[in-house]
Design a protein around this ligand. Structure first.
Ligand code: AMP
Length: 417
């Protein structure tokens, strides 16, 4: 047998109702906030991610699925959605039609990480971006949109953590402060962090290796080094979050994994998920669009991981139970044609229906109806055929009603719960 690729996963039919609920809720929430959907491809030129995410990030250095295609181009499966969305925005000059763009995308991302609970190599993200508006209200509204997706889904035990990582000016000052702090600890840091120290010391704060986490925990805070306008912006974001009642916690050590963030950064964490506790995260990126060849326009966005979100919701929630309107049971071969006609007439009238043409006994039909979660069963046997009727059984009340064949569709449409 050929097996699934390590770190990839199937979403089985029993899981798709829950999955579909997550996707539909995320879409409806984002559309209520004025976002429109965009569907970029799952593969782009590698260069886009190197430039958009940052050459020195773990994602670009170690985790991308990159290959040379037969034409000699180097391509990568997308590890995140923002770079591809921004590429599309710049390429189609979408900001010229609409100076403030609110876009979302939903689909699979690929990172060759070490698989563990809640950490996959293919995982789905809901990704939202607002371009062209650098007001603190927009930051707060973006955070609220992420929060509302979780709230509408009914996820429990989540916490919003926020920070400001400053602008390139205050970050340059902070980088030096951080280097000075890290220097005496260099021999203890992991190999990756020693490299990060040279080229991008902020990455050390994001390292998951225990001894680096310990050192990072005592590092000076970027929040103490913000310049006046970054500080004012952050204060205004917090005030706006309070106005709309989003509970949050300041997390002065959060820097997020990607290079492009400026000012507001946030994560939604789930304590029970341990190390992979972030369900979603995002932040402002005021220089990225220009970096990708576009105009000097600010942006802010977030991504929520659907697998992690799904882990917080019980599988046996009755909302995800299998259900169809009608199961049609032919009792005896003589009823086959009548049943075949009825089931397909009901489907064309818009009811969800199932029938088993090979089941023989009424008992096996009833078992099949239960498996499908049928609300009603239509039984047609010799007696019914003789009277040109069907027997409709309500599976909740167990009540049985004889209905004339040509009245079946209207009867069931009228009764549809
Ligand atoms: P990031 O793009 O790294 O900020 O991740 C945003 C969200 O995507 C995270 O909070 C997770 O919910 C999800 N995510 C990121 N990486 C993975 C992964 N390897 N497996 C599953 N979900 C992931």
């Amino acid at each position: 047998m050929i097996r699934l690729i390590k770190g990839f996963h199937d979403i089985l039919p029993e899981d798709t109702p829950k999955w579909d609920f997550l996707v539909r809720t995320a879409k409806a929430t984002l559309e209520a906030f004025g976002y429109r959907e965009i569907v970029p491809p799952i593969m782009e030129r590698t260069e886009l991610f190197a430039r958009g995410i940052g050459e020195l990030t773990d994602i670009v250095e170690k985790e991308m699925y990159t290959f040379e295609d037969k034409g000699g181009e180097t391509l990568s499966l997308r590890p995140e959605a923002t770079a591809g969305i921004l590429r599309a925005v710049v390429e189609h000059a979408l900001l010229r039609q609409d100076p403030i763009l609110k876009l979302y995308a939903i689909g699979p991302m690929f990172r060759r990480e070490r698989p563990s609970k809640g950490r996959f190599r293919q995982f789905f993200q809901v990704d939202a971006e607002v371009l062209g508006d650098d007001s603190p209200q927009t930051d707060a509204e973006t955070i609220l949109a992420a929060y509302c997706i979780m709230e509408n889904i009914g996820a429990q035990g989540l916490m919003m953590e926020i920070n400001s990582v400053g602008c390139p000016v205050c970050r340059a000052t902070y980088r030096e402060v951080l280097r000075n702090y890290l220097e005496p600890h260099l021999s203890v840091l992991c190999d990756d962090c020693r490299r990060r120290y040279e080229r991008n010391p902020l990455r050390v704060l994001d390292c998951k290796v225990d001894r680096c986490v310990e050192i990072a925990a005592k590092a000076p805070l970027i929040s103490n080094r913000l310049d006046e306008s970054c500080r004012e912006h952050f204060d205004a974001v917090k005030r706006s979050l309070e106005l709309v009642g989003v509970p949050f916690r300041e997390e002065p050590r959060m820097v997020r994994g990607l290079d492009y963030y400026t000012r507001t950064a946030f994560e939604i964490v789930h304590e029970e998920l341990g190390r992979s506790k972030a369900v979603g995260g995002g932040g402002r990126y005021d220089n990225l669009i220009k970096e990708l060849g576009g105009p000097e326009v600010s942006g802010i966005g977030f991504a929520i991981g659907l697998e992690r979100l799904s882990m917080g919701i019980p599988d046996d929630d009755p909302r995800f139970a299998r259900s169809i309107d009608v199961y049609v049971a032919p009792v005896g071969d003589n009823a086959l044609n009548a049943c075949f006609t009825v089931v397909n007439a009901l489907r064309r009238a818009g009811l969800s229906c199932e029938a088993r043409y090979t089941a023989k006994s009424l008992k096996s039909h009833m078992r099949a109806a239960d498996r499908c979660g049928a609300q009603r069963v239509i039984m047609i046997g010799e007696d019914e055929l003789a009277r040109n009727e069907a027997t409709v059984r309500d599976m909740t009340t167990k009540e049985q009603t004889p209905v004339k064949m040509d009245e079946l569709v209207n009867f069931l449409l009228g009764e549809k719960r």
